[in-house]
Each structure stands twice: as C-alpha cells, then as structure tokens.
Design a protein around this ligand. Sequence first.
Ligand code: KG4
Ligand code: ZN
Length: 340
Amino acid sequence: MKENNCFILGIESSCDDTAAAVINNGIVLSNVVATQKIHEEYGGVVPELASRAHQQNIVPVVHQALRKANIDKNDVSAIAFTRGPGLMGSLLVGTSFSKSFAMGLKIPLVDVDHMQAHILAHFIKVEGQTVPKFPFLAMTISGGHTQIVKVTDYFSMEVIGQTIDDAVGEAFDKAGKILGLPYPAGPLIDRYAKEGDPKRFKFPKPKVDPMDFSFSGLKTAVLYFVEREVAKDPDFISENIEDICASLQFTIVSYLMDKLKNAVKHTGIKEIAIGGGVSANSGIRNALILARQKYGWTTHIPKFEYCTDNAAMIAMVGELKFKKEMFATNEVTAKARMKF
Ligand code: KG4
Ligand code: ZN
C-alpha cells in the first residue's frame, strides 16, 4: 500500500479535449480542460487536427493544472494518463508527454482506461454526494461509447450491453447536423427540448437484444422525417425546432431507460450510476431522479464537469491504482481499442 497523502496528475487526450487535473486523496484540486473549437467548422472531430491541437495545448494545460492546485511539479507523486480507447494520434500526445514527465521526475506512471475512468469518476469526493456501493450498474453514454457495465469492484467490470452501431452521443450530434445545428449538437438539442412538446412527433426505437443499443436507424428516421416535412414547408425546422428536439430527446431517453430496466431485471442490481458526456443531458438526469421513487433504484448522477471528457476522472483512477501500486512500465503504448 502506497503513502496516503499523494498528489496525482491526470492527463486526458483521447479525443478533442486536452485536459489535466490534480487530485489529492479523492479531492480535486484542479481540473483544466482546453476544448478544441477547430472541429466545429467541420461538423465533427478531425483526427489529424485534434492531434496537432493536443500538441499545442498539453504543456500550457498541465502548467495551469499545477498552478491552480497550488503545487510544484516536484510535488507530484505519480502521473496518470489515458491509454485508450480513443483516436490514436490524440492518445499518442498524452501518452508520450506522460512517459517523459514520469521519466524526468522519476515518478511512477499509471495507465488508465478512459471508459473505466468515466465509471470511477463517481469516486471523486463531492460534497453532498455519496459514492456507489458495489456491485452497481454503470451506463456509460458518450460520443464514442454506449454501454452498460456491471461493476463488482474498482477494477472488476463486465460489459453486459452495448451499442451495435452508433453511440448515443453520435445520435444526438448526427440528428442535430440534419437539423442544421452546429457540432456538438447534444447540448443544443437538450436546450431546445426544454421548451418543446416531447409527444408531438414519434420516432422509432430500434429493436435489438434487451441490453444492447442501436442508434443508426434513428438517424435515418430523422433524416426521412425532416426531408418529408421540409418538402411540404421549407420553414418546418425553424418553426418546430423545440418540438422536434423534445420528441427526439424523449425517444432517446426512454430508450436508455428501457435498457437500464432490462439490465436491472437481468442482474437484480438496483444501484445505478451514469457517466460520459450524454449524462449531462437534463432528460436522462431527470429520468434517473424519478426512478428513485418509481422503481426504488439508488441512482448516482455525476457533477457536470465530471460527465464530459475531463482529466479529474483520469487522476481519480490514477490515485486508486497508485495506492494499489498498479504501475505501467515505460514500454507502455497508446491503444485505440481496449477491452476490460
Ligand atoms: O464523454 P464526451 O465528452 O466525449 C466522448 O468521449 O465522446 O461526450 C461527448 C458527447 C457529444 O456527443 C455531445 O453531443 C454529448 O456528449 N453531450 C450531450 C449533452 N452534453 C454533451 N448530449 C445530450 N445532451 C447534453 N446535454
Ligand atoms: Zn469520454
């Protein structure tokens, strides 16, 4: 068992956010994110541009994280970084930086699975929030992933359901693109949905295995729906954007809830946690709050800043692994696809 008072620097660079954070015994001292604006012009993440922007951002972001945490680089006990899954070019920047940082300061290096980090973000100490009790079900919903994981212990996880095509965040973003909204469209759809009628339009819920997900059909359904309505009325989108977004969000949220209900039935576990960028969505957050009364579930909803990609969650896993002396060697390489 390692010393208790440790300062872990976390680095996240798996997609289009360059992030660094410092954690001290489960308490986040700093959490810095540089979101790359360049991708908005292209309506999605351009891997080559992401990698170059990470190279520009990483040093200033780390400096800022150390300064905000009020510590010097020599106070850092270990550096934890996202090894994968993600975009190879992006991962390489964080991996190479972390390896050199660890080597230069002669401190341990800890590799982190990004998807595990979205789940273990729930163990960051937040005033007024309790941490999940094992075993629990974690639904990780982001722009790259959609899965339900049975979590028996910190590093004992089993995927029991996942998407067979697009991720739920992609469904939000691609539907948004069809509606002419800028990337990423998820937060905008959420905002419009608050003003609209969720029952006005009907969208299909794709049929797959009870705990699996499919979103590509929904995207096509939105496309055909919009084309049909715009042919009748060219102003259809602008005149109905709130109702379209509310109906779309209602369909997605009830689909996610159906899958969670199936997973609860299958495992008998009623302790539920969500993670990933889409868990910032107000519809799913409200549905999970209602589920406490409705189904007797205990639901854990992370703070907004720990939902989307961030380095605090990487530092949290780093701390858990550091205390168990689960270190990486300097031969460790980035991995675009990972399994746990
Ligand atoms: O976890 P994340 O930051 O990055 C990935 O690992 O993918 O998730 C980003 C995704 C994007 O698809 C974005 O549209 C979606 O999360 N998102 C939302 C909301 N906030 C972010 N989707 C729906 N409602 C939101 N409020
Ligand atoms: Zn993520």
